[in-house]
Design a binder for this molecule. Sequence first.
Ligand SMILES: Cc1ncc(COP(=O)(O)O)c(C=O)c1O
Length: 433
Amino acid sequence: MGKLDKSKKLFEEARKLTPGGVHSSLRSLDPYPIFISKAKGSKIYDVDGNEYTDYHLAFGPVVLGHCHPAVIAAVKEQLNKGVIFGLCNELEIEVAKKINAHVPSAKMIRFCNSGTEATYHAIRVARAYTKRDKIVKFEGAYHGWHDYVSFSTSPSLKEAGPKETPSIVPDTEGLPAQIAKDTIVLPFNDPEALETTMKKHKNEIATLITEPILHGNATCIPPEKGFLELLREITTKYDIILIFDEVVTGFRHSLGGAQKLFNVIPDLTTFGKAMANGFPVAAICGKEEIMKKFKPTGRVDYGGTFNGNPVSMAATLATIKELEKEEVHKKLFRLGETLRNQLNEVVDELGIKAQTVGFGSIFQVLFTDKEIHDYRDALTSNVEQFRRFQKEMMSSGIFILPHANKRCHISASHADREIEQTIETAREILRKM
Ligand SMILES: Cc1ncc(COP(=O)(O)O)c(C=O)c1O
């Protein structure tokens, strides 16, 4: 990596106009954010002319690689026909048909524009359907930034008390006090805590929302054997709506979502991120009797000027068609496995207290030798070491986010050769560390 003079200058300008110079909090980098001028395939380029192999991929959406030709062509074609109508268009039906065909839980589908909107709608409709108020979520699980879910995803959780008495820690100022009273937070992969709590509050709980694989601010933690099945069993027993938030896992791991891979079918599912390879679109899908609670068939409000706009729909359809090619997911899984296995061999060889966790095309390097079952385990990763590793990787032209509890993504545009180079670069950096 060369100089970052232009980024620095732009940051000085940006922060006069925008808090911290960034339009989403986590884009802040130390000492200042880099400004990106273009992206193609597996690479991003900053305004100073530095090239990086991109394992951030915009927090996950870019599953096929930046500017994938088929997606760009579909969008260009649509741009000439109209960007937005605020009325129905045929592409909405085509995309909904695809999702219905691929996703086991997706009897009916509604589009929106972000994962946050999707989880908000899902929780609201679950409350309307069950006529109960409480929701259950897991520690470290990020489901967007709306009030219903903004609890217990920050490291300060550890200071708030032991895991045995999970604490409701607000992630932000500005949350109404009542919301915390209607929120229950549990540790992931803990059947005992789950069973006890669900039994105790069974008549008050509207929904349990979870990612099938915990990411959020907890790196990447797969469910332990039987855990998702137990979630399904208990929620069915107590008439609680099970929401799988597949904003990260959906489309990236399989067109049917993680629910198809694990064969556990929720009542509602939310999608976003990789749906349209980077174009802003999201969806909520689920059982007909719940989805029909939305207006106009029901009484749950659901609006959105940009919902189902034809540009996002064209991008989604083109992305799905690419992902229907079997070799795409095969490649994503193969690259992910190679990277994780080899990075784990490297740390074993060097005798470093570190490990690479992940699933499919997602990975994260944790500087801890603790076995990872839940968010608190992920928090044992040494943040200083991770930051040093990230800075060195970035200086070597490999971009990963500087946040120890986030995750890295691989796209179908990454080449085997780039994965090998990444492992070699990481080996050198870790050796020096
Ligand atoms: C699991 C999960 N759900 C929901 C969201 C919110 O999505 P968005 O940023 O599109 O609002 C995210 C974002 O990172 C996420 O990781």
